[in-house]
Unconditional design. Structure first.
Length: 763
């Protein structure tokens, strides 16, 4: 063993460039894997981490003081917050589905943050005095509020201008739900905003008791009413649904990064052993046994691996916040740290185990080769006949340098295909990014693809107001389509859960409904439903379902499935004629309005409010989490491409080293430096073309499969993907090939510097 260690010390002083390249390659692979898995883990466990950090309440109750006090005194409650005063208010909204003002609950929580379910400040600071307010982060981001701004809060008791001093995340309320919750001091509430509600957060012996507690309240105290009740399970479910889009994409990228890192490490370790054949032959000639040879090489490779893994984990820790900014806003986890000791240990152990296996297998095989053969042959190969690619290139009468490149590209098939595999994953990733970006653009530019295919719904309870709204629509030149529209919460026969029934009047067929299967309803008794509705009912197109509308059963024949993007797709829509045949007294209390340009202005909202609309809803045609997807996908795509290119550089560099003698002979018989570069680049391009030929179709298929999976899981239905134009795919392929050429220039420059006299003398 002492002799082995002396040999290793001698080896460590040589081949420094090769070892450094190996360290860089493995470090980048580990960094890509660390970044992807860290963001995925943060997303998948975001709410749970926030809940633990905040010591979350198991349930929150908002109501009058007497009802809240009764909750606080229940024997099942083991711990609770103070009873906080709450005011129902509204604040200006700059964007989002509700125009004008947003409903908000202002909670007088105090200068000292609570020990149970404390809001966690992620920007600015916590309250220090009166006249200050802390806003929930998502609302602040969507409406452009930041610490230092002033916000106008209006209640029935008055109005106040408050200074925004902080932005926080809160585990007790979904950031996607209305009303939003903000925090002030009790003195601020008492002085201006006149609180009329109280709130308390409670904990039980275990949080699993929350649902049973609520059920027992309904049974024992049916008259006990609250303005709002939220438990931990409902809040978590709302957050999970809203972040499902980005979580799915991150899961796919984590898998890509894992496979790519495995390809790179196995390829790099195997190539490194092949490059050491002469050293192995010399060690055996000196008397080393196969076990000693394999053990010595393993110790050396593990030393390199430990350094590379450490650097990769540090690099991943640095890159994660850069890519995770948008995602953390969706996941509400910005305040939580990025370091995951368990994940780092798992990645390190996994990579070192992979290094061990991918070193021992080729090292043991190499140690069994006779010493003379290993010393004479070295890392090179003696081919009995030209390769198939070489024969094809010769038959096509390509230039000599192209024939050499074609012959050498897949000279080591296992190494070449591992390299192609890493490049394929890069191409799949880039294709996936292209299809996702194009789909996001189409969803944004074509409102019919997501949400309702109109821009505004205006309603009122007063028939006179409804008539005024209709007159305003008829006089509005900016209106492209309109029809009666009402929504009714109904219970399907045999189900306990409610679904939404949209009742549409004449003109509904003038907007672009996305019907993925079947057709749009057209006759009385027909309905077109969402994917979530079909799943809930266990029905198919052509089946008849029974809904209870205003206490009366109505049978509907399902003739099609459309893209319903709200409430998990549990929507059905039918005609006003259908409903009025069952109950002539059913009143449709609103109109759907589509505008030219597909954009609702503040003037539009004001005009319909003046006409008497008491309820105005605008549709922004955006999916939660989509914007966060863009930055994360692009960043991870670049990282995986970098890993694939580094793998290519490593593979070509090993090939150049193995073929130094061949290159020396070719240069001695007249191959020019430019032709040497051409030979190396042509081999790299062949591997790149193979990666594109496999990766682009695979990426398009995978994108379509993922979008259908995502659509079905969300209740939207299949067909979400919008295929990008061919120019996008061609441009992406051209950029990949350009990157491959630029990456291959480094080993090509090494090949140019091979001197025939020195290489042949060394042989």
């Amino acid at each position: 063993m002492a002799a082995v260690l002396r040999k290793l010390r001698c080896d460590l002083r040589s081949n420094r460039v090769q070892r450094l390249a190996l360290v860089v390659l493995i470090a980048f692979a580990v960094a890509a894997l660390t970044t992807s898995l860290t963001i995925q883990m943060r997303g998948g466990t975001a709410w749970e981490q926030l809940f633990r950090e905040a010591n979350g309440a198991h349930a929150w109750f908002y109501g009058d003081a007497a009802a809240v006090a009764e909750i606080s005194d229940r024997p099942e409650v083991t711990n609770r917050t103070k009873v906080y005063p709450v005011a129902q208010a509204s604040v200006p909204a700059a964007s989002g589905p509700v125009r004008g003002r947003v409903p908000i609950l202002i909670e007088g929580i105090g200068i000292e943050p609570p020990t149970i379910d404390r809001p966690i400040v992620v920007s600015g600071r916590w309250l220090r005095g009166d006249g200050e307010i802390v806003l929930p982060r998502r609302f602040a981001a969507e409406n452009g509020y930041a610490p230092g701004d002033t916000i106008e809060v209006v209640t029935d008791g008055g109005a106040a201008s408050l200074v925004v001093v902080g932005v926080a995340v809160f585990a007790g309320h979904s950031p996607y739900a209305l009303p939003v919750i903000a925090w002030v001091t009790p003195e601020t509430l008492a002085g201006v905003l006149a609180p009329r509600l109280s709130a308390v957060g409670v904990q039980f012996e275990s949080r699993g008791m929350a649902r049973a507690f609520r059920d027992s309240l309904e049974t024992e105290r049916p008259g006990l009413q609250f303005a709002l009740v939220e438990d931990w399970n409902g809040v978590r479910q709302q957050n999970d649904e809203a972040t499902e889009v980005i979580a799915t994409f991150l899961g796919i990228f984590s898998l890509f990064a894992l496979i790519s890192a495995s390809f790179v490490i196995v390829n790099a370790m195997g190539g490194r052993i092949l490059a050491r054949y002469r050293d192995i032959g010399l060690m055996k000639a000196m008397g080393f046994t196969p076990r000693q040879v394999a053990g010595g090489l393993l110790i050396e490779q593990l030393g390199v691996g430990v350094v590379a893994v450490t650097l990769g984990l540090l690099l991943g820790r640095f890159l994660t916040p850069l890519l995770d900014d948008e995602a953390s806003k969706e996941f509400a986890t910005e305040s939580l740290g990025y370091f995951r000791p368990g994940l780092s240990i798992a990645i390190g152990a996994g990579v070192l185990s992979l290094i061990t296996v991918s070193t021992l297998v080729p090292a043991w095989r190499a140690s069994l080769i006779p010493s003379v053969q290993a010393i004479l042959l070295g890392p090179g190969r003696i081919a009995s006949q030209p390769s198939r690619l070489g024969r094809v290139a010769t038959g096509l009468r390509l230039p000599p340098w192209a024939v050499v490149g074609a012959k050498d590209a897949f000279d080591r098939p296992v190494r070449a295909w591992f390299t192609v595999g890493a490049l394929v994953l890069s191409v799949v990733t880039i294709t996936f990014v292209c299809t996702t970006e194009w789909t996001i653009r189409q969803l944004t530019e074509r409102p019919e693809l997501i949400g309702e295919p109109f821009e505004m719904a205006a309603g009122a309870d007063d028939p006179v107001a409804l008539a005024n709204i209709k007159a305003t629509i008829d006089a509005d030149k900016n209106v492209r389509a309109s029809f009666e529209r009402g929504t009714i919460a109904v219970t399907p026969e045999g189900k306990d859960e409610e679904v939404n029934l949209a009742v549409l009047g004449p003109g509904y067929d003038q907007v672009d409904w996305v019907v993925s299967s079947g057709r749009l309803f057209s006759a009385p008794g027909e309905a077109t439903v969402g994917k979530g509705f079909l799943d809930l009912m266990g029905a198919e197109i052509g089946d008849t379902v029974t809904l209870t509308v205003m206490g009366k059963p109505i049978a509907l024949t399902v003739v099609g499935m459309y893209r319903a993007t709200e409430d998990d797709g549990r929507w059905a829509m039918t005609s006003t004629e259908t409903v009025r045949q069952v109950d002539p007294d059913v009143v449709v209390d609103g109109y759907a309005i589509g505008f030219h340009g597909a954009e609702v202005t503040d003037d539009d909202v004001r005009r319909y409010r003046e006409a008497g609309a008491t309820l105005i809803e605008t549709f922004d045609h955006e999916a939660d989490g989509v914007e966060a997807v863009r930055g994360v996908l692009a960043g991870l795509g670049i990282m995986l491409l970098a890993v694939g290119l580094l793998s290519l550089v490593n593979s070509i560099s090993l090939g150049v080293r193995e073929r130094r003698r061949d290159l020396a002979v070719l240069k001695a018989i007249g191959l020019s430096p430019r032709q040497v570069v051409g030979a190396v680049l042509s081999g790299a391009l062949l591997m790149g073309i193979a990666a594109l030929a496999i990766g682009i179709p695979l990426g398009l298929w995978l994108s379509d499969w993922i979008s259908d999976l995502l659509g079905n899981n969300m209740g939207w239905g299949p067909g979400l993907l919008e295929m990008p134009p061919a120019t996008w795919i061609v441009a992406a392929g051209a950029l990949v090939l350009l990157a491959i050429v630029l990456a291959a220039l480094l080993p090509a420059s090494v090949a140019v510097r091979v001197r025939p006299s020195e290489a042949l003398r060394a042989e």
